[in-house]
Ligand binder design. Structure first.
Ligand SMILES: NC(=O)c1ccc[n+]([C@@H]2O[C@H](COP(=O)([O-])OP(=O)(O)OC[C@H]3O[C@@H](n4cnc5c(N)ncnc54)[C@H](OP(=O)(O)O)[C@@H]3O)[C@@H](O)[C@H]2O)c1
Length: 352
């Protein structure tokens, strides 16, 4: 098996002189990987980690992989399909990425300092009873598998941190409530999915630092809700979606990736952290700003049915909405590069 040989990225032969790194021997390969111990104040860049990522081939995962590689970390892509993952991370462009199919996930996790769990079937589809079951099961199954693999490892080879995705759907929807990490869960289907998804992650061994990121609507140019909404928005010349009064709790993809990276290395990051920008907006404002940025006047409302046509019942998140505040990230001093929707949209649209 090639897993631990040619595809492992180069790593320092001795611990970083200024850090508290420990050495971690990968099984059977004779190579040493650097593992970061908690409390280290050195920068993310200087402390090389090996990170295993489920859902690495997705919208968020792809950007996370790029960021980790650019900061000189090692990455194991835990995927259901090597063939698909190789198309996304071709060996010529990503020689330092290790791709692992399900039967190899344990080996990858064993040589990793951290695991990021992002896998799940997309929710922007039509929600038949079967699909709803798969949306939930896909998240629960992958999370349970990752947690099981971590828990069965000896403490000396176990990764020290698990960053697991969940969503602001946990809180349910509301036009007037404000949700932070202490808010109770909602009563709809997505809240149930998030509770069970988080529940599986919470089963990880108590010695592993667990960070649950409740992710908002991620804005980026190459995927997610915005990529689907922009053509629709262009078609209807940029009017509000639905009534426009719904809250839109968004986050720029780069900020989310930075938050995940911070959660990987900073031992103060523990438990639930909302992955949303500090300034959620009403959907009408988001549409106005998108119209401005795209140079289109905002005058025709985009009807619910059109949004549902591209986002399926997953449009609920956008059409009903919720106002979610990143109280914990602020308390931890996380610095958002894109705190305002205008700058976030400008950056995204101008980069396309
Ligand atoms: N994007 C957002 O706005 C947003 C908002 C809130 C929460 N989240 C959550 O954050 C996570 C990552 O989001 P994303 O937008 O990057 O997702 P994505 O682009 O849809 O990618 C998710 C990845 O999950 C894996 N996957 C897909 N279907 C699966 C299934 N049936 N069973 C197991 N694995 C499956 C795939 O990886 P492989 O094919 O390589 O296995 C896929 O690349 C998701 O769990 C999502 O629910 C995202």
């Amino acid at each position: 098996m090639e897993l631990f040989s040619s595809t492992i990225a180069p790593f320092p032969s001795s611990p970083h002189p200024h850090s508290l790194m420990s050495l971690k021997r990968s099984s059977g390969s004779g190579v040493f990987l650097c593992s970061r111990s908690s409390g280290n104040a050195q920068s993310f860049k200087e402390n090389r980690m090996v990170v295993s990522i489920t859902g690495a081939t997705g919208f968020i995962g792809r950007r996370l992989v790029q960021k980790l590689l650019s900061d000189n970390h090692g990455v194991h892509v835990l995927t259901r399909s090597r063939r698909n993952a190789q198309l996304i991370f071709p060996v010529e462009s990503f020689p330092e990425v290790t791709i692992a199919e399900e039967q190899q996930w344990g080996n990858s996790i064993q040589v990793s300092d951290a695991v990021v769990n992002l896998a799940g079937m997309p929710i922007s589809t039509r929600w038949s009873p079967e699909i709803k079951k798969e949306i939930k099961q896909s998240r629960i199954n992958v999370t349970a598998k990752v947690v099981h693999l971590i828990n069965q490892m000896n403490a000396d080879v176990r990764p020290s941190v698990l960053v697991s995705a969940t969503a602001i759907g946990y809180y349910g929807t509301s036009e007037n409530k404000v949700f932070d990490e202490a808010s109770p869960s909602g009563h709809d289907y997505l809240s149930e999915v998030c509770r069970e998804w988080e529940g599986r992650a919470l089963e990880v061994d108590k010695d592993v630092r667990l960070v649950l990121i409740r992710i908002g609507v991620v804005l980026g140019k190459d995927g997610g809700a915005l990529a689907k909404m922009i053509p629709l928005f262009m078609m209807f010349a940029g009017g509000p979606l639905g009534t426009g009064n719904q809250w839109f709790s968004w986050i720029h993809l780069d900020d989310l990736v930075n938050l995940i990276c911070e959660a990987l290395t900073n031992p103060s990051y523990k438990g639930v952290i909302n992955g949303t920008a500090p300034n959620p907006v009403r959907l009408s404002e988001m549409c106005k700003e998108l119209g401005n940025v795209m140079g289109r006047p905002s005058w025709l409302p985009v009807p619910d049915f059109a949004l549902k046509a591209v986002l399926g019942e997953g449009a609920t998140l956008v059409l009903d909405g919720q106002k979610v505040i990143p109280a914990k990230a602020k308390e931890l001093g996380f610095s958002f590069k894109y705190p305002s929707i205008r700058n976030a949209l400008k950056a995204i649209i101008s980069s396309s």
